[in-house]
Ligand binder design. Structure first.
Ligand SMILES: [Fe+2]
Length: 309
């Protein structure tokens, strides 16, 4: 058991509950073999803030916000992982809300409010716009998205997500905290504009919950990584460049938004080297987001998302 996990359990008084949950033997092996420790997602100092509305709708078609809403298109996706980062947590409720382009919340309806769930591979994704900034006293808060994250059978985590380069972060009472319980540093993510002008952000969530599938997110430095998907978005053929750092049984898998494996691009023993693969989906495959995952032996060590036109 990692120190992170022990501290968290002590703080929440869940130790008794957690010891009663049996984990798969494969996850035990990984824990003792690799001593995996990763940083839990922290709380936000401002908690949920004043603008949460109960009972938000489920996000349909991964689109948060009314069609035609003004703003810069933004896609946030990530994976929900347990505290050792050794397992994904499916069916986690990811409830989000944020201000519109002009910095206003919809306090009478549910525009830019809704929840999605992590899929069978732990992935979640929603499309929205970059939130506007609003005044908090004399100062603007940085652009942010509120999250309430609830893994099945475990407590909810309430926090906020910020974006790198936002000039309001240093002056914000919550976003500027860089140590302790409310440390926001791992919740300030880069946004990268894709070839279609859509801002793309990855927010992996790490919290106490019961994992279902074995996989390690943060160890790609030791084992291998996907370093390029091009073009992204793609139409007919995707080129994937990846590296394997030690001889291993290597798999390159494609998952859809439901977590279904829809292609296996590699499945054999490979030595330490750089490799390329290409994915030419069948003609009738739907347009949308897909996750490409690199598996080394039994572990998915790294993933990236891609948009198929
Ligand atoms: Fe807010």
């Amino acid at each position: 058991m990692s120190n992170n996990r022990r501290t968290f359990l002590k703080n929440t008084g869940l130790a008794v509950l957690a010891t009663g949950i049996s984990k798969s033997s494969s996850s035990e092996k990984i824990k003792s073999g690799n001593q995996v420790v990763c940083n839990p997602t922290t709380l936000d100092y401002y908690g949920e803030g004043p603008f949460y509305t109960d009972n938000p709708p489920e996000i349909g078609d991964q689109i948060l916000g009314a069609a035609g809403s003004e703003g810069i298109p933004l896609v946030i996706s990530g994976r929900v992982l347990n505290l050792e980062c050794s397992e994904f947590i499916p069916n986690t409720i990811v409830d989000v809300w944020h201000a519109n382009h002009d910095g206003q919340y919809d306090n009478s309806g549910f525009n830019f409010r809704g929840y999605t769930k992590s899929n069978q591979q732990g992935f979640y994704l929603f499309k929205t716009i970059v939130p506007g900034k609003y005044l908090n006293g004399p100062d603007f808060r940085p652009s942010h998205i509120h999250f309430k994250i609830t893994p099945p059978g475990f407590p909810l985590l309430t926090t906020q997500l910020y974006f790198e380069g936002d000039d309001k972060i240093p002056g914000d009472a919550a976003a500027s905290i860089d140590s302790g319980t409310y440390d926001a540093s791992n919740r300030i993510i880069p946004l990268v504009e894709d070839n279609d002008g859509v801002m793309q952000g990855q927010f992996d969530i790490v919290l106490e919950g019961e994992g279902m599938t074995v996989g390690i997110q943060d160890l790609h430095i030791d084992k291998g990584m996907i370093y390029k998907l091009a073009p992204n978005p793609f139409e007919n053929e995707l080129n994937i460049k990846y590296g394997v750092f030690k001889k291993a049984k290597v798999g390159l898998l494609v998952f859809d938004l439901h977590g279904r494996e829809i292609a296996k691009l590699e499945d054999q023993e490979l030595g330490a080297n750089k490799y390329e693969a290409s994915w030419i989906p069948e003609q009738n495959l739907s347009s949308g987001y897909y996750f490409i995952a690199l598996r080394i032996n039994d572990l998915q060590v790294h993933y990236q998302k891609v948009f198929k036109k």
